[in-house]
Write a protein that binds this ligand. Sequence first.
Ligand code: PLP
Length: 486
Amino acid sequence: MKEDRERAPLAEAVACYAAEQVTRFHMPGHKGGKGISAAAARIMGRRVFELDITGVEGMDDLLQPTGVIREAEQLLAQAYGAEASYFLINGTSSGMQALILSTCNPGDEIIVPRNMHKSMVSGVILSGARPVFVSPEVDPDFGIALGVTPEKIAAALAAHPQARAALLINPTYYGTTSDLTTIAAQVHGRGLPLLIDEAHGPHFYFHEGLPPGALTQGADAAAQGAHKILCSLTQSSWLHVKGGRIDRGRLQAVLAVLLSTSASYLFLAALDLARLQMVKEGRAILERTIELAERLRRGVRQLPGLTTFGAEYCGRPGVKGLDPTKVTVGVKGLGLTGQQVELYLRYRHRIQVELSDLYNVLFIVGPGNTAEDIDKLLAALAALVKDEAGRRERTELPPALPPAPRQILTPREAFFAPAESVPLAAARGRISTETVTCYPPGIPILCPGEEVTAEIIEHIEVMKSNGYRIQGPQDGGLTRLRVVKE
Ligand SMILES: Cc1ncc(COP(=O)(O)O)c(C=O)c1O
């Protein structure tokens, strides 16, 4: 008999329901694909609709699982060494929001990195928590934000003895990790839970050549983007908890508030199968993935004007470890921006990067990549170096961030305050209701509730005139800013 962990009970149950050819008088309206248009059938295929069921008899309930979903979640917890795991159908974002809402009441302090992801901003808005920011280290050559140091966490804990939790991003988008073992000991020393945004690290648990997973280093919870790195469907993620510092009853209640009442069984089945794939073949898949990424790194190092980093990068402040499957390629030596390289690769070579910023492009090498993909990419980069180098002005690194502004309101208070849009120059001395982030380094210059200072306005103007991508405000060009009405 197959060992339990080698089964995907939830995916199998979905497939059985489809195979039974039940006459469906339930949602969704397409009734197993029978009602779809010819265009939908041609573009999406019928199978996806056959499997698209809802919480009918025997298929359990994501918000209160007692049957097949619970069984699949238990297998997931076992795979990660967690004590409880939860499927998420609203992305890792819902996991971050759930962790903040489970640990903070309105007005409570939570320690977060200044480069918090949007989902953490929404988590603090929903909960009413007051963020205590810890600035991440920044790499001066690549211009990217790295992890946070234990020293900065210790200082934040000492200065904010009332804080209710610490929440960190580990790894960063670019694959660098912080010293979580030390940080977990510090945070636990204060009796607080350590919560981890492990959106980019669900594979860490399945290969010794990757940095250790957060849960193996003492974290109390980790939300992971199973769709980002593993082979699940986009928007599907999961959340793990371990130990007694998180109230699981409250967490379950929060998830019931945040998640849809119509969970997609396509997502749930894909999650179950992604877990099974990792348990059965994760090590071998990751071995191959790491080799491919190293092949890419070696190739990039041969190309003049391009830079990258690998294992030698570890050990500097904010870089305890590095996920080798993330390959950052610095392009400023060519006199090009990362965005220009992204477009060149896409439209000249039909290659799509994960992201680009002013100085870099980031490639995620994953289970679906092949040696041919890497060779195609290296040939395209070689052509780039030959065709495009030196045609444009050299770009300089971003100016240092202005001093952190005063936090006058909590993000929630600012979010709900009456607001008005004013010209950026007139925003001096007002309270921002928006987040303003320039890429790189992707660290907010302003968060909701913070005072807009003259230095901040000047910094934004410099970043705008130098072509930096600015994210967050409703007015994408940032000629205006939404501030609290006086
Ligand atoms: C660091 C980090 N955390 C959280 C998220 C949110 O994940 P999702 O898009 O699955 O909601 C992302 C998404 O890119 C991310 O990069």
